[in-house]
Design a protein around this ligand. Structure first.
Ligand code: SF4
Length: 680
């Protein structure tokens, strides 16, 4: 049976696996034993990442909505309609009446082409993608502090760490390969684990210290740790003097964050704060790991900058098993950012506002000019659709009707969009609102690259031909460009697109398909001889000196009150991925986790007379859902947790669309809700 080496479609670990195919069907997946990251391991999602490919629900032809109903069409008719409509909107209302949502599930080449289509063909910077909803705070915060918004170290270094401080990451559920490495390090090598998380999660069992903070109080506990480290003179004077700037601002800023004061804000006992601070400062090989529990706040950027401060204060960056390590969520969310699917940056984080950079892209793309002002973010695009400012929207493989905050508002925005195009595998909840739906090829049916969380650019390879009339997104985007009269998008295959990316993107400068065989390269890889970079900021920070920025503690936007008296926090579970379009079409995963649930503390359940597994009502100022209760000691009193995968009880009906002022990331991790028994 033919086996094709490729990269997992789910999380940012980027495990290597083989797809097994028979005729036109992918019938199995198995691990790659030679893969340097996954080394023969896969989690349950990886083992089952093939089943959705041949699902009978796959879209097999373009669909055009006529009189409120979808009718199959030819590619010719669909692409013709899209190009004419988008060009007429541009002519009538200007380029910024169009917007593009790219995708962390598609390849680097496809993300690059969509941003080229938006900028070169339609003249707008209104392009963004779902990193806005997960790690925009990382891109903004770490870029500001270090000069690079990516994981500083590599997955293989977890095993050698003496200490791992994990916060805001249910790692064994969301990045299982990394989670298992961390558990093994604890069990087999005696690595100490400090966990800072408001819930009791799987990793709590292995934690040397578990600090359960109140949701949204992260800046306070991080400042307290720095207060203790400075007070006890445990900080790294030489590192700060030689490699950092603005230390005095931090030093005076954290003066007030005594353990006693911070215990009142966070609920973490002061003795635990002191113990954690001493341990982190005194341990040489100490890695900070975080994910969306840190980033998805109105203070997401402050949280990230504060973790960077803590790391620099102790000089723990630039060598093996150290640094600040954001775990990027989706398989290619790192790559989608790298490719400039962002409203203010070209590929490689090159600002659209820089005239020299704009000239480089203008010359390469053969256009007269490119837009220089920043475009709209995901949340701003949907707001502009609602207001009728954005009239044409292209969504590449994303599902904002389930993934974005305040779903009622999202649905209104899509209903109000004059012309909506969605490229998808399935008729998703979002695609239902489209005027034209395009059938996209899955990862098993195309070539390209994904970039995982430790910056490893890896190939995906075609195991079967595209099903039905589906096409890879890079071909779809190129055809729209051609139909609009733009010729500089004629590519023979994705390797040609990567050559163009390398020529314009310094951190990918030495990348070519030949060099990516078999297991990829870690960026920065600036030239053809460069071996790639497992550890960032070795001699100096990417920005030169590491920058300390003191950030004060600011409360979340919406805290519990007398009416909505619980805190809701949302997230993922082990068995499903994102909005479930793929995992919920996978029989084993759906069998194990077929429905939504709300986790509730036993004392809260007793107060409300709620039994385990009872259908209850959870409501916020935005809406209400009925959902099954799961009573667990894992939830703090007054806090409920709901996974956001399930359309039947969509958590994002409840969440608030308040955003971080810099990164514009929504506050998915804190809002106020009411929990009620449903009376018979
Ligand atoms: Fe796929 Fe992530 Fe599981 Fe690896 S850990 S198999 S990348 S879902």
């Amino acid at each position: 049976m033919p086996k094709t080496l490729t990269t997992c479609i789910y999380c940012g670990c980027g495990c290597g696996l083989y797809l097994e195919a028979e005729d036109k069907e992918v019938i199995g997946a198995s691990p790659s034993y030679g893969h340097p990251v996954s080394r023969g391991a896969l989690c349950v999602k990886g083992w089952n990442c093939y089943e959705f490919v041949n699902s009978p629900d796959r879209l097999s032809a373009p669909l055009i909505k006529k009189n409120g109903r979808f009718q199959p069409s030819s590619w010719e008719e669909a692409v013709d309609m899209i190009s004419k409509k988008f060009l007429s909107i541009k002519t009538e209302y200007g380029p910024d009446a169009l917007s593009f949502l790219s995708s962390a599930k598609t390849t680097n080449e496809e993300n690059y082409l969509l941003m080229k289509l938006a900028r070169a063909v339609f003249g707008t910077n209104n392009i963004d993608h779902c990193a806005r909803l997960c790690h925009a705070s990382t891109v903004t915060g770490l870029s500001f502090s270090f000069g690079s918004g990516a994981m500083t170290n590599s997955i293989n270094e977890f095993e050698e760490a003496e200490l791992i401080l994990i916060t805001g990451s249910d790692t064994t559920a969301q990045h299982p390969l990394i989670g298992s490495r961390i558990v093994n390090a604890v069990l087999e090598r005696g690595t100490k684990l400090i966990l800072v998380d408001p819930r009791k999660i799987e990793l709590s069992k292995y934690a040397y210290l578990h600090l359960a903070q109140r949701c949204g109080t992260d800046v306070a506990w991080i400042n307290a740790m720095m207060h203790i480290i400075i007070k006890e003179n445990l900080y790294n004077h030489d590192f700060i003097n030689e490699r950092c700037e603005n230390f005095e601002e931090l030093k005076s800023g954290v003066l007030d964050y005594t353990p006693e004061y911070v215990e009142k804000i966070t609920g973490i006992l002061k003795e635990k704060l002191i113990k954690a601070a001493r341990l982190y400062a005194k341990t040489k090989k100490a890695m900070i790991v975080y994910s969306m529990g840190i980033t998805q706040h109105t203070t997401g950027v402050d949280n990230v900058k504060s973790l960077a401060n803590l790391c620099m204060l102790c000089g723990k960056v630039g060598y093996a098993s150290s640094g600040v390590n954001p775990l990027r969520g989706q398989n290619n969310v790192q790559g989608a950012c790298d490719m400039g699917a962002l409203p203010d940056l070209f590929s490689g984080y090159q600002p659209v506002s820089d005239p020299a950079i704009r000239k480089k892209f203008t010359d390469a793309w053969g256009v007269d000019s490119l837009p220089e002002g920043p475009g709209l973010t995901v949340t701003e695009i949907l707001g502009a659709c609602n207001e009728g400012v954005v009239k044409g929207l292209f969504i590449l493989g994303e599902n904002p009707v389930l993934s974005d905050p305040d779903i009622t508002h999202v649905k209104e925005a899509l209903e109000n969009t004059e012309f909506l195009v969605v490229s998808e595998l399935f008729l998703s909840e979002t695609a239902e609102y489209a005027d034209v739906v395009l059938p996209a090829a899955s990862f098993a049916e195309k070539e390209g690259t994904f970039t995982n969380t430790d910056r490893r650019i890896q190939k995906i390879r075609r195991a079967i031909a595209p099903l039905g009339k589906a096409k890879p997104d890079w071909q779809i985007i190129s055809e729209i460009a051609r139909r609009c009269g733009y010729r500089a998008m004629d590519y023979k295959d994705p390797s040609e697109i990567m050559s163009e990316i390398a020529s314009l993107t310094p951190i990918y400068g030495g990348v070519s398909y030949g060099r990516l065989e078999p297991y990829g390269l870690q960026w920065p890889c600036p030239d053809k001889e460069h071996p790639g970079t497992p550890i960032l900021h070795k001699e100096k920070f990417t920005r030169g000196k590491g920058h300390f920025t003191f950030r004060p503690y600011i409360k979340p936007q919406e805290l519990p009150d007398s009416e909505y008296n619980f805190t809701l926090t949302t997230g993922r579970i082990y068995w499903h991925w994102h909005t479930g379009t793929m995992t919920r079409r996978t029989s084993l995963l759906e069998r194990e986790a077929p429905e939504a649930f709300v986790e509730l503390n036993p004392d809260d359940a007793k107060d409300l007379n709620i039994r385990d597994k009872e259908i209850i009502k959870v409501s916020s100022r935005r809406g209400a859902i009925n959902i099954r209760s799961r009573i667990t000691e894992g939830s703090l009193r007054g806090v409920v947790f709901i996974p956001f995968h399930f359309k039947e009880a969509a958590a994002n009906i409840l969440t608030i669309n308040a955003v971080d002022p810099e990164a514009k990331i929504p506050e998915f991790k804190v809002c106020a809700v009411k929990v009620e028994k449903i009376k018979n």
